[in-house]
Design a protein around this ligand. Sequence first.
Ligand SMILES: *Cc1c(COP(=O)(O)O)cnc(C)c1O
Length: 418
Amino acid sequence: MNEETVIRSQPFPGGGFFDDEERKGILEVIQSGVLSGFVANAGEQFLGGKKVRELEEDVCRLFHSKYAVAVNSATAGLHAALAACGVGPGDEVLVPPLTMSASASAILMQSALPVFVDIRDDIFSVDERLLESKVTSRTKALVVVHLFGHPAEMDSVLKIARKHHLKVIEDCAQAPGALYKGCLVGTLGDAGVLSLNQHKTITTGEGGMVLCNDEAIAMKVRLVRNHGEAVVEGLGVKDISNTLGWNYRMTELEAAVAIGQFRKLDFLTRYRQELASYLTSSLSRFEELRLPETLPNCNHVYFLYAIRWVPSKKGLTRDEVVQRLNREGIPFGAGYVKPLYLQPMYQQRICFGNAGWPFTSVDQPPNYAKGICPVAERMYEQELLVTSVCRYPVTKADIDDIARAFDKILAGNLASKR
Ligand SMILES: *Cc1c(COP(=O)(O)O)cnc(C)c1O
């Protein structure tokens, strides 16, 4: 086995695309001597520095959003958005379990309780048909995640939310630029949150953005971003609920980079889409693979390219396929992430302190038992394999190696099955 040549001995090229736009912006900031323009008082600097404001204006224009509030991560943005939407102790918030942990932990940060709703097995976002059955008198909001870059079924989500007076927070960390019926995700719900972390389509290292169209929500997000408790008096804010502030402020350096990055979003998204559709056509001959679907009226921005393994007669498991791909130098991960309720924090109900807060804040805390979301568990345990290589500056020649590796693994050698 060791002497055998592998399909790839070179790693796939890393992500990230920066040019003079970012370089010039950073230099300007350094030369100005002001690396952060924020001050936590009721003056003008409450809203941050020059680059932060320029960035927010750019993003409003790009996303056709009335407000855009820059923060220092999507995790911070999700927390601020939940606070701004009025979520508080004992409230229930619906969220899918197969997502990055922050989609749900941001709910706990408000001492509210995540209620996990299973996902669809085609687009991997929340199964909208299950949402309504999870609504109780305590349900206040839902966090909808546009997983892997495909929009969730927003018409149904919004309809249920409206009927039950729930706020909708869109976690768009993986889907900047994705369209649902012609509208950019992040602008459909009450608030939308983008991530600019190192691994996302556009990046400032760490960073995030909250989009919304409601002035009161925008104001609360800004208060949560910048020590609201110290500012509400000076600003004459009457409703001080959920205005406890944190330091979620973005630096001028990050904002300078973000300005350049948002200008590249369209290019980087098209690049991903082109590689993904090339990969789909080259993998379509493998019966064992269920390739990514795009629902009508949606577009997929392929933050991750997710395949379902349909167990074959040959008896290979998903994990064996992933091991063999990795051995061939093809980076695929098995399962994406463990359904969140299976993490120790939910299983042991230990979050703030050791007495079980906030799970103990209600008589009947949500159920986190294994088995509550069978589709998410099956995707995690048996079916999903994901790769992040459909991105700039990976080439089609690089992508060809993926089909060659599947050929080798599934057919035993390169020549057969053609
Ligand atoms: C990356 C990610 C986050 C968190 O983003 P940060 O900017 O690192 O806080 C949240 N939700 C999803 C779905 C993500 O992929």
